[in-house]
Each structure stands twice: as structure tokens, then as C-alpha cells.
Design a protein around this ligand. Structure first.
Ligand code: FAD
Length: 315
């Protein structure tokens, strides 16, 4: 890894604490942490990793990730503000994979483009959002995506059209492929700036009111599904109905403000969060008869990513 760090591959640091790079503020250190600034640099890193069989984890703002307390025995690649260019021409927006989602939403609003109002309060990067097909109000970013530019795990540049990405609820075909999203093209119809602005203000006000803001968290922990929504309601309601608001393990707690949020009260460990996830799943299964799966991804120390409930069930 020292050989790679010595090359011109962006900002590289050894033993970087991952708790500085995710919104839960949890996790040990990465052997090597790199913030690249070009596709060429990423391609070089990907080729090195493949050749030397080194674990690699790609992250954006870490707002949907739970890192293990042991950190990552390998390389963590952060696609962030060094690859965050946003360009708008007519109805077309072209953005770097590291662009900050609220910034993208704001710029589209200023250009009088509609469709991204639901993204204004999502604190991740465009790459992370596309990967997760994230969104709110039961929408997903995939609805507006026309092309995704990525580097495959061999380090080759490819462009996928919307239909090749297979966007479904909080899912895309890019998950688990080891690719790095470096650019996204979106198409948004023209709209009325004041209406778009009002819609965004409404969304932000509702988030301020509903979500815990002062304690570190990772947004919604559990996934919703249409069937669940129709019969028993969204995960937050179900967890609350099971009497689990305020349930605490170590320094992790089910938020008393919104039951689909787990907050770090200070110094929570990954094990605290996983144990809490396990307990919530068990109690909801017994009391309400529904299986709650996680939206949040757990990052094992060998660099493998999985929905956090899979790891929680194994402890
Ligand atoms: C307060 C709060 C509110 C939230 N609200 C919402 C919401 O309303 N809707 C919603 O959908 N989500 C929400 N989230 C979750 C999160 O913000 C989104 O999933 C976001 O899109 C993740 O982006 P990120 O850059 O943080 O990705 P990360 O958490 O860093 O990574 C998420 C996944 O994407 C992969 N990834 C990240 N960047 C790249 C890249 N460039 N190339 C390849 N793979 C990549 C990672 O490997 C990982 O699998 C919220 C989170 C918080 C903390």
C-alpha cells in the first residue's frame, strides 16, 4: 500500500479514523484512506487493488454506513468534494460522483428545474444516492437519471443508461459490483422556481421537526415496503408501536423523536448499534409479525459490505 500512496493518486493518509468520515461517528481506522480527484487516479487505484488483492471500500459522505470498531484492513476510497463539479445546460444536469446532494438540489432549483425537490434534505453524495437509489416521499433519484459514468472494478470507464441501472426501491444494479460512480447525468423538466423553492422549504421544515438533528445518526435504519406501509405503517410507526422508543444498548439508542433512527449518545460502538438492530428486529417480529430489514450498510473489517441486519443476526 505504501507503493500506491507514493504515487500521485490524490490525498492519501495511513491509519485514518473512519469515525471522522461517517455521520454515526463510529468506526476504527482504515489502513489507507484516499481522496482522489480524477477518474484517472481512481482507475490506477482500482488496478492496483485488483492486482494485489487488497480490500477496497468506496464511500461518499458515509451517511448510510456503519463501520466496524476494528476499522478496515485495506483501502477506503472517498469520492467527495474533489470530484463534485455540477454543470447545468437546459434540462440536463451533469455532476461529479462526489457532489453534495443538497447542493445539487439547490442548483437545479435555481435553474428552474423540477424533480429533485425530494432530495434537498439528503446529506450524502450523488454517487452514494445513485448507488442506493435514494430519495424521499417514496421517490428515487433514479427517476431523473439518464446516464451513470463509472469505473468498473478493472478500472475501465463505462457509461450505463438508466434502464441498465435497474433502479427499484432503494436498489440499483450497481450495488455489489465494485464499481466507482464518477459522474451522473440527470434530466429534469422545467418548473416554476417559486413552487420548487416552497416544496424544498416544506421538506426541510418537516425534516427539522421529525428527525433528531443534534445526535449523530445515519438517517432511517430500516427499510419500508409497500406491503408494510399499507398494513401496519412505516418502520418508525411499527417500532414505536412495539414500545421500543428510547431502547438503549451501550451508547446507542432508538431515538425518542423518530423510532426509525438510532442515535449515538457519545462513544457508541458498532456492536452497540448491531445489538440494538438485532433486538428491534426480534421484538417487531414477535409483536407485529413483520421482518424489518436494514437500509444502512455495515462495513466489515475485511471490506465486505452488507445490509446491517445480516451482520446483526450473526452476533
Ligand atoms: C439525517 C439523514 C437523513 C437521511 N435521509 C435520507 C432520505 O431521506 N432518503 C434516503 O434515501 N437516504 C437518506 N439518508 C441516507 C443517506 O444520506 C443516503 O443513502 C445517501 O445517498 C448516501 O450517500 P453517501 O455519499 O453518504 O454514501 P455512503 O453512505 O458513503 O455510501 C452508501 C453506499 O454507496 C456506496 N458509494 C458511495 N459513493 C459511491 C461512489 N461514488 N461510487 C460507488 N459507490 C459509492 C458505498 O459503498 C455504500 O454502499 C439520510 C441520512 C442521514 C444521516
Amino acid at each position: 500500500m505504501a507503493e500506491l500512496a507514493a504515487k500521485k493518486i490524490g490525498r492519501a493518509t495511513f491509519n485514518e479514523l473512519l469515525s471522522y468520515h461517517n455521520s454515526w461517528q463510529i468506526g476504527g481506522s482504515a489502513d489507507l484512506f484516499i481522496e482522489p480527484e480524477s477518474s484517472k487516479q481512481i482507475s490506477e487505484i482500482l488496478r492496483f487493488v485488483l492486482k494485489n488483492d487488497i480490500p477496497l471500500v468506496v464511500i461518499g459522505q458515509g451517511t448510510n454506513l456503519l463501520f466496524d470498531d476494528a476499522g478496515v484492513r485495506g483501502i477506503v476510497l472517498k469520492i467527495g468534494d474533489r470530484m463534485a463539479d455540477i454543470q447545468i445546460s437546459g434540462n440536463v444536469i451533469v455532476t461529479g460522483g462526489g457532489a453534495w446532494v443538497p447542493q445539487l438540489a439547490r442548483q437545479s432549483m435555481r435553474a428552474g428545474l423540477t424533480g429533485l425537490e425530494h432530495c434537498i434534505g439528503i446529506p450524502g453524495t450523488v454517487g452514494g444516492l445513485v448507488m442506493m437509489n435514494g430519495g424521499s416521499q417514496r421517490k428515487g433519484i433514479g427517476e431523473n437519471v439518464t446516464n451513470v459514468t463509472l469505473l468498473n472494478k478493472e478500472g475501465r470507464l463505462r457509461t450505463l443508461k438508466q434502464d441498465e441501472c435497474d433502479f427499484t426501491y432503494r436498489h440499483s444494479a450497481l450495488q455489489g459490483t465494485g464499481c466507482v460512480v464518477v459522474g451522473v447525468e440527470l434530466n429534469c423538466p422545467k418548473g416554476d422556481i417559486q413552487t420548487i423553492r416552497q416544496e424544498m422549504i416544506k421538506d426541510l421544515q418537516s425534516r427539522r421537526h421529525k428527525f433528531p438533528r443534534k445526535q449523530p445518526n445515519c438517517g432511517s435504519v430500516f427499510l419500508s415496503s409497500e406491503e408494510m406501509h399499507k398494513t401496519v405503517g412505516p418502520p418508525g410507526k411499527i417500532i414505536e408501536a412495539a414500545g421500543l422508543k428510547g431502547l438503549r444498548v451501550g451508547n446507542a439508542e432508538i431515538s425518542s423523536q423518530h423510532a426509525n433512527f438510532i442515535v449515538n449518545l457519545g462513544g457508541a460502538s458498532s456492536l452497540d448499534v448491531l445489538t440494538l438492530i438485532k433486538q428491534v428486529r426480534q421484538r417487531v417480529r414477535t409483536r407485529i409479525g413483520f421482518e424489518l430489514d436494514c437500509e444502512v450498510r455495515y462495513v466489515r473489517s475485511d471490506g465486505k459490505l452488507m445490509p446491517a441486519h445480516i451482520q446483526a443476526d450473526s452476533i
